[in-house]
Design a protein around this ligand. Sequence first.
Ligand SMILES: [Zn+2]
Length: 517
Amino acid sequence: MDNLLITGGTLWKGEGFASGEALFIAGGVIAASGPEEAVRRSAPSSCRLLKLSGESVLPGITDGHIHLAAWAKQRTLLDLSAAASLAEALAMVSAEADRLPSERWVRGWGYNDTRWPEGRSITRQDLDGLGIPNPVLLQRICTHINIADSKALALSGLESGDGILEERDAIPALEAMERNVFSRREVKKALKEALFELASRGVTCAHPCGADDYGMEEDLSIYSELKGENALPLRIFTYHDRQAHPPLPSGFGDGWVNYQGLKIYLDGSLGGRTAALSAPYADDKSEEGRLNWTDGKVLRLLREARERGVQTMLHAIGDRALDQALRCVGQVYEELGRPSLPDRINHVMVARPDQRRRLAELGVYCDIQPAFVPSDMNMAENRLGEDRLPWAYSWKSLLDEGLVMAASSDAPVESVNPQESIAHLMERSGPQGVFRPEERLSLEEAMPLFTSNPWKMIGRESFSGRLESGCAADVVVLDRDISPGDAQAVREARPKLVFAGGVLTAGELDGRAGMGA
Ligand SMILES: [Zn+2]
């Protein structure tokens, strides 16, 4: 699209919504933004006009932490999360096998046997009993347990009486399944579909996180190919859990496909009791979780990243992992000064008040996942106990410390829906009621976490994330006005038009469909 004048909308202006303003998009950027009369004067009279009646116009949304390739692949596999019984799960596996060539593995995910009336897990014997020709490998909802049938075990060179493979024991089977199911062509196809799904939700930028150690690589060459085929609807800035070879600096790329940094996993998860806590788990006094690395190793990684001009993102869920992050990052800042791109601390799920202050002192950035609150509230209370609950998911307290924060989905762990995520920040409500309501954010507080802050966090504050003249034309037009700040209205809002770099990536304008159609 050459140019477009948008009038009549309710525009997000960084700190609040404004009406009576207009946007003029030309050459892929926002050429003018401000009071309608002034913007009209700067647009040519031949300009295409989009006249809205109050619908909200937002900067494009960024998903600041997503395992994009892993999510894209998972979307193509058998979703067992709805199976209400063991029998139903087995029937779903059987039906999937009918649909697939016999040599193709059946890969299912998301089953939850704690909800099943049979009161037990699936076993190798159950799967063998189906009499299907396909190898089968199923993953439990927690992702820490896989079940293989006899064919899958044999093809992976594994032996197991009941076929239940815990944690890293499953790696040979996972690798064999990956080789069978996901050729590069399959991954590219899955990624393309996933990217357009994100675009349809108003996402114009993502910070995918590759976790090679967990079998979740992010392949920049595929994004680059899609860009060349005019099929990349969002901007990509990747993080990886290994240093790039050859070394690349943060921001290496063309503004569409970019290398951004190093991901360091300091601990595990609260659900799996592998998050490192400073005192034992309330529901298992023998367990405090564990740190993946010594301080020496973390310091070495941080110093090496600094030498290469690479930003780091540190995964820290428990407060002991956060202590390690603060200690090591603090020491490196002491030695080498604060970097131009401060470190990002991801999850910050359990943060004591002294830690929240220290985060702000260091001026590091925080990445949070709003959907964890409704999903985890019950589990978190069990794991942490009453005394430590005030440290959990304290988004408002972090914000009040003056920290720069971005919100993200962590898909496939949670859904990618950003409208839902904004509503979660505003409500913090789940099946067990509202979790620590004092930590709710207003819509005005939540918006920057999805728009301007992620751009600030990768050092491109003036590039995108704002409806300001000179910024990239990454713009979302919603189907309604969300400015009154009602969480339910935000949740129900759907993007009507989505532009990335001025190109329509989702929706339909003047009878012409966007890039993905
Ligand atoms: Zn993650």
